[in-house]
Design a protein around this ligand. Structure first.
Ligand SMILES: C[S@@+](CC[C@H](N)C(=O)[O-])C[C@H]1O[C@@H](n2cnc3c(N)ncnc32)[C@H](O)[C@@H]1O
Length: 364
């Protein structure tokens, strides 16, 4: 945790403390490839929210989410977007995630600041929190806006890599991923959530694989538990985090220190127009990368399944492919087993897709 002491020095792979606008204004211009921002939502919660059994819902009522009015929030948004844009390289881009409370205001501010909106991506939560009062629809998604620094910028879009991640089908702008829970959810000493809005790693995995290259610099001005830094490090990207709360910086530092950077061959992604060679899951078993009987864990930590000798899985008495068993356990119409299942090595949880990439790089 350091403060930048020179406007020329870019403190990569560090968590900077303080207000993100001040800190960003002290960093060198045109130095960052991508910004991922998960700003305050300005939820404007009034009173506690309770479940039907009268237990209190752990909602976002923290100081960092309080603004006196919409116009105060808009001013804050304009200020941080301006500071962020100065830091982006000419071909850089930004992702901002938000909910209906703030994302429309952020979208207008992005356009007013000169960014060029490329897509809005709906993150549909496969396991959202129910609407306890039953007076509105279950709030089952958040929206991410992806924008380049300006119109005409040559932003990075790894179309083929995203398609490969989606088993050869063009990646769409609606992403079905679970919220962060299970083993991935960081807890404090009392077993409570370390942060109220920790984002799932799978979301950042897709964002970073899709819109950065290995070695790029990714900045997150609202770092929280450091999800962006953890995934960036794993994927061989450099990162900078800014967070004003001591307790979150401490959690993020510890988390990122435990992440292992993938080796170079696993980081290479599909770059050409030609489709990547298909790797059946069974090949991982045939080649001894996974053993029959070995346990796989779902990315959200909620489910387990065993690998069988023929490359199928068995979990909860359901047998089938990695995709079929994942979909069944999640109660979802489909599931990309490659990004859903993980295995354990040396105490670390690793997505099985890493093994597929390893085979593909050998084939190349
Ligand atoms: C929505 S949370 C981000 C959570 C994060 N994406 C994660 O996965 O853990 C927003 C974070 O921004 C921090 N924050 C809010 N306003 C800030 C500011 N002006 N400067 C720096 N950090 C700020 C809050 O303390 C909070 O941790």
């Amino acid at each position: 945790m350091t403060k930048p002491n020179s406007a020329d020095a870019l403190p990569i792979n560090t968590i900077l403390e303080g207000d993100c606008i001040d800190v960003m204004n002290g960093l060198p211009a045109a130095s960052v490839d991508l910004i991922f921002a998960d700003p305050p939502y300005n939820l404007q919660l009034k009173g506690d929210l309770h479940r039907p059994d009268n237990s209190r819902v752990d909602a976002v009522d923290d100081d960092w989410d309080q603004f006196s009015s919409f116009s105060a929030y808009d001013q804050f948004t304009r200020d941080w977007l301006k500071a962020a844009r100065r830091l982006l390289k000419p071909d850089g881009a930004i992702w901002v995630i938000g909910s209906y409370h703030n994302i429309f205001r952020v979208g207008a501010a992005l356009q007013d600041a000169g960014y060029w909106i490329l897509n809005d991506v709906v993150w549909r939560k496969s396991n959202p929190m129910p609407n306890f009062r039953g007076k509105r629809f279950t709030n089952a998604h958040e929206t991410m806006i992806w924008a380049s620094k300006s119109e005409g910028a040559k932003y990075t879009f790894n179309y083929e890599a995203l398609k490969a991640l989606n088993e050869g089908i063009q990646m769409r702008s609606d992403w079905v991923l679970p919220i962060c829970n299970g083993g991935e959810r960081l807890k404090d000493e009392d077993g409570e959530k370390a942060h109220p809005t920790q984002k799932p790693q799978a979301l950042l995995h897709r964002v970073l694989v899709g819109s950065t290259k290995p070695g790029n610099i990714v900045l997150d001005p609202f770092f929280g538990t450091g999800t962006t830094g953890a995934v960036a490090k794993m994927l061989g990207r450099d990162w900078i985090g800014i967070e004003r709360e001591d307790k979150y910086r401490t959690v993020a530092e510890k988390r990122i220190a435990a992440v292992r950077r993938l080796d170079k061959s696993s980081l290479e992604v599909t770059a050409s127009k030609r489709a990547e060679p298909r790797v059946p899951f069974g090949q991982l078993v045939e080649r001894g990368m996974l053993r029959p009987g070995e346990e796989l864990h779902s990315m959200n930590g909620r489910h387990k399944a065993k690998v069988r000798a023929d490359g199928t899985l068995i979990g909860n008495d359901i047998k089938g492919s990695i995709h079929q068993v994942g979909a069944h356990l999640e109660g979802a119409p489909s599931c990309n087993g490659w990004t859903y299942w993980c295995f354990k090595r040396d105490g670390k949880t690793v997505p099985i897709d890493v093994l597929r990439q390893q085979i593909r790089s050998e084939l190349d």
